[in-house]
Design a protein. Structure first.
Length: 259
């Protein structure tokens, strides 16, 4: 009896670190960082267009204009990306997604100069592929637009007003399983409303500054700074990861081992 208890204690001592490793592997596998872009050097260069590529620290594409990395912009003091269309109609970057995930978290810091009260809007588009968006509108409010697959043509919600020359931290959580998205402003308002993914995923994100009112004069004083852009997701498929399978095998060996 004593020998049996000793053997059980030894097995428990051996299994404890293995179980800790498995739990850590499971937690790590359940969350992925898709993009973590702070526009720092390298790969980005102050005074140049934002660097694009396939890495997690760069946008995938510049779709329009010449968005430029600056050393600072207002309250964004650590090398943000600045949108200022100048003679272009608008400026826009794109982050490719479409990995089949069932949820996404998007967060970023934003600082606007002369945007409120202008004929411009800074918009984050979610391509599903039908476009839903959240934006800082020149009328001075933060609003969403969501086209419906059926019924009335769209949903639109007003999250409240914003001010020029103010730093905002935006957090957006999209739950494709329950067809909901939650948008929050740190220290300010938040909302949860239906999210309509026509294709069952979010194919890409597009951030851009453009005129919302056509045929209006260009205003070079309007600019928006973006920084600390983070996109993460949870694991879309509840299948065991390679790490978990390995851990299960190690535990099985530990329990079958003679001690």
């Amino acid at each position: 009896m004593v020998n049996m208890m000793k053997m059980q204690n030894r097995v428990l001592l051996l299994m404890t670190p293995l179980m800790t490793l498995c739990l850590a592997a499971s937690a790590q596998a359940a969350s992925f960082t898709l993009y973590d872009i702070d526009f720092s050097s390298p790969p980005h260069v102050v005074g140049s267009n934002v660097t694009v590529g396939s890495g997690s620290d760069t946008p995938s594409y510049i779709r329009f204009g010449t968005p430029t990395v600056e050393s600072s912009f207002g309250a964004l003091i650590d090398q943000p990306l600045v949108f200022n269309p100048e003679n272009d109609t608008y400026e826009q970057i794109q982050l490719v997604l479409g990995g089949g995930y069932d949820n996404y978290h998007v967060s970023f810091d934003l600082y606007a100069a002369n945007l409120s009260g202008s004929n411009y809007a800074f918009t984050l588009n979610f391509d599903t592929p039908s476009v839903q968006n959240f934006g800082f509108h020149g009328l001075g409010n933060m609003r969403t637009f969501s086209p419906k697959p059926s019924g009335p043509p769209s949903d639109s919600f007003n999250l409240g007003s914003f001010s020029n020359n103010t730093l905002y931290h935006v957090s957006i959580d999209i739950d494709l399983t329950d067809a909901l998205w939650t948008i929050g402003i740190e220290g300010g308002p938040s909302m949860t409303h239906p999210f309509y993914s026509w294709g069952g995923d979010v194919d890409s994100l597009r951030f851009g500054l453009s005129r919302w009112k056509g045929n209006t004069p260009h205003d070079p004083t309007v600019a928006v700074g973006l920084d600390n852009l983070l996109v993460t997701t949870g694991s879309p498929v509840p299948e065991p990861s390679t790490a978990l399978l390995l851990c299960a095998g190690l535990i099985g060996l530990a329990m079958g081992r003679k001690v």
